[in-house]
Design a protein around this ligand. Structure first.
Ligand code: TRP
Length: 366
């Protein structure tokens, strides 16, 4: 029997440039998995059609950010010779599979999807004004994942309800039509600080609208400026005061980014991050020293990313070619899955010679 392939699929909505929350939440892991050589196929895509479900009046925003996110992907180390980078809207098979998946999900099940629930509240769609496309995007997302037979979806915690819904749909499909599609698993970040990186202002989430993001494409000066104004511990007034780590954004970022090797190399006084934390909580360590370390650590991570971005920015037509090629590869994979889906659903009329013969016999016997 054929060994089950290990396949990664994940993606982002191209509604803004990617920030360091995206990086520690998923992007860094994708690059590591890509370079581990443990996966048979890797699909990374821009969910532009999904982005349009709640940006319907702003197509230009999505269009502009498709290239920004592609640059962020390449800059972060996704390698088009190892990972297929593509754009959702260019794979019409996804609409087709979504349409069939719609028969497998009830309206009330969609209403119970917590991501849909909170996003509806957050985005302020008033009750009836929810577009059907937005309401049903978990179905379209299930199609994204199932289409590429993904076994592994590296994503943030917020995507868990989507994955659960996808598994339900796949299970239901396989029960009705026979074993055809693959149930995926989510791969969450392994460090709590990376699950949801707070904004530089200490707010729960980094978000463009809150203006509390550090972007992968920020210059070194911008990064330093943003770190300088970062939220720390409001009760830590004098250097000698004991400081607190909970909710202290500088330490959350250090947890997400700094290795002990870096702490030892970039500070004079500490071998590990824990030693620095102990000093901070005892009192006697000022915020600025912690911020200095964070700046140095962030620059070590971001500088190579910035350099790669600058290289790719010099040849934008090539970046579009990378995406175009990725779309071709993705369409081929999608076409194969759709062949299997149509066969399973008994809508493969013209591929099934036995069907045509059988029907001829039936009618000639009349
Ligand atoms: N919903 C995801 C986000 O907002 C993007 C996305 C669309 C996705 N389809 C996906 C992520 C499939 C993982 C797998 O970031």
């Amino acid at each position: 029997m054929e060994k089950k392939q290990k396949i990664i699929l994940t993606g982002d909505r191209p509604t803004g440039k990617l920030h360091i929350g995206h990086y520690v939440g998923s992007l860094r892991r994708r690059v590591e998995l890509q370079n581990s050589g443990q996966f048979d196929k890797i699909f990374i895509f821009e969910a532009d059609a999904q982005a349009l479900t709640d940006n319907i009046d702003n197509p230009e925003k999505v269009r502009q950010n498709v290239i920004e996110v592609a640059l962020d992907y390449l800059a972060a180390g996704l390698d088009p010779s190892l990972s297929t980078l593509f754009i959702q809207s260019q794979i019409p098979e996804l609409c087709e599979l979504s349409f069939y998946f719609m028969d497998l999900v009830s309206v009330s099940r969609l209403q119970r999807n917590p991501t849909v629930k909170t996003e509806i509240q957050m985005r302020g769609f008033g009750g009836e004004a929810i577009p059907v496309g937005f309401f049903t995007y978990p179905i379209s997302q299930a199609a994204d994942i199932a289409m590429f037979r993904a076994t592994t979806v590296p994503a943030g915690e917020d995507q868990e309800p989507m994955l659960e819904q996808c598994r339900e749909i796949v299970r239901r499909f396989n029960n009705i039509y026979g074993d055809t599609l693959v149930e995926p698993e989510i791969l969450l970040p392994d460090n709590a600080a990376c699950l949801r990186l707070p904004g530089t202002d200490g707010k729960a989430k980094m978000s463009k609208s809150l203006g509390n993001c550090i972007y992968l494409s920020d210059s070194a000066d911008e990064v330093n400026r943003k770190v300088k104004t970062m939220y720390t511990d409001p009760t830590h007034l004098q250097v000698s005061d004991p400081g607190h780590l909970e909710g202290n954004t500088v330490f959350t970022y250090l947890d997400a980014f700094a290795t002990d090797e870096q702490v030892a190399r970039l500070t004079a006084d500490y071998q590990t991050l824990q030693e620095m934390k102990d000093h901070y909580t005892r009192g006697g360590l000022g915020d600025m020293k912690c911020k200095k370390l964070l700046m140095a650590v962030l620059q070590e991570t971001l500088e190579p990313i910035r350099q790669r971005r600058a290289e790719y920015e010099k040849d934008i037509p090539m970046v579009y070619d990378i995406l175009r090629h990725g779309c071709e590869v993705a369409r081929e994979a999608a076409a194969q899955t759709m062949d299997d889906v149509r066969r399973a659903m008994k809508i493969n009329y013209f591929q099934d010679l036995a069907l045509i013969e059988e029907q001829s016999r039936r009618f000639s016997a009349k």
